[in-house]
Design a protein around this ligand. Structure first.
Ligand SMILES: NC(=O)c1ccc[n+]([C@@H]2O[C@H](COP(=O)([O-])OP(=O)(O)OC[C@H]3O[C@@H](n4cnc5c(N)ncnc54)[C@H](OP(=O)(O)O)[C@@H]3O)[C@@H](O)[C@H]2O)c1
Length: 276
């Protein structure tokens, strides 16, 4: 097996840290791309990118905060050009399922002239334990719009394994790997499963999107973040993603992780327990 030098952008994040662990275990040389890494890589400071790219064969791209935000296509275009000049061979980008703007960014990678794979993922299980839904779960009161929509939440363990396949196996060059979890579930199902796993009695309140945005403002959530949440609930969580794919089964030879299994594992860490 060849030993590659691989830059993992967001390499301490939800998917990146698992991708970095797997690649290191396989014997590849991993460089973390993040603001706290050395050399530092900051999406908001293009002067930091060259040093992170120098000497790299492949790059795993996770963009911050989301490929849907204004400015993402320009940043992805600049990264692709710099990667090409730096003799990078292959790019693997993490993208969002059902996001028109993210698919525009995918096209930039696809047309970069480098080898590429796209990992196009549905919403992560880990949004409930490592991201925006953790605080309300911890507080025991979750107010959300779109509680009726069925979503095939996917685990970042599965995304990471798929991304590693894409980074290390040539047969996935030129492929869009659309990944979902194994089942369609609602936010109500999610809260029931977390309650079952933790023994808690977390309440879910259905609210409309305008009230949700108002609530986020009252909690002094930054406007850029409110824009993203509003976009995702309005343009992505409208039922367009209410279908599953078999990509995990086909590539990993096993079913994707269920939300119930994720909830059981995560409950054991104590992250959802206000008394821990
Ligand atoms: N959440 C979902 O359900 C979902 C679904 C589909 C697709 N996605 C896509 O997933 C991507 C995010 O991937 P992820 O969830 O694996 O990562 P993540 O957990 O959001 O990312 C955290 C990582 O990014 C680094 N980081 C934060 N700001 C940065 C900046 N300005 N420049 C460079 N690095 C920065 C952090 O390290 P430092 O703090 O040290 O910089 C850390 O390594 C987004 O593009 C999103 O569109 C998400």
């Amino acid at each position: 097996m060849t030993q590659d030098n691989i830059l993992v952008i967001g390499g301490t994040g939800k998917t990146g840290r698992k991708v970095a662990q797997h690649l290191t275990a396989l014997g590849h040389n991993v460089r973390i791309g993040s603001r706290s890494a050395k050399p530092s890589f900051d999406w908001e400071d293009i002067t930091t990118w060259q040093e992170a790219l120098t000497g790299m064969d492949k790059v795993y791209i996770t963009f911050q905060p989301d490929l849907a935000v204004p400015g993402a296509p320009e940043a992805i275009t600049a990264l692709c050009e710099m990667a090409k000049k730096s003799n990078v061979q292959k790019l693997v980008i993490l993208s969002g399922r059902g996001e028109k703007e993210a698919q525009h960014c995918e096209q930039i990678v696809i047309n970069s002239g480098l080898q590429w794979s796209v990992v196009r993922a549905d919403w992560f299980n880990q949004n409930f334990s490592e991201s925006f839904f953790l605080d309300p779960i911890y507080a025991g009161q979750v107010a959300l719009p779109r509680t009726e929509v069925k979503i095939p939440f996917i685990d970042t363990d599965d995304i990471a394994e798929i991304a590693v396949k894409a980074l290390t196996e040539d047969k996935y060059n030129g492929r869009v790997l659309e990944v979902t979890g194994p089942e369609l579930i609602t936010f109500g199902d999610v809260i029931s499963m977390i309650n079952q796993a933790t023994g808690r009695d977390i309440k879910l309140h259905a609210i409309d999107i305008d009230s949700y945005v108002e609530m986020l403002r009252e909690h002094k959530v930054p406007e850029s973040y409110i824009w993203l949440i509003n976009y995702l609930f309005t343009n992505v969580l409208d039922g367009r993603n209410s279908s599953t794919t078999k990509t995990v089964d086909e590539l990993l030879g096993r079913p994707a992780k269920s939300f119930a299994d994720y909830a059981t594992e995560t409950a054991k860490t104590g992250v959802w327990n206000p008394n821990s």
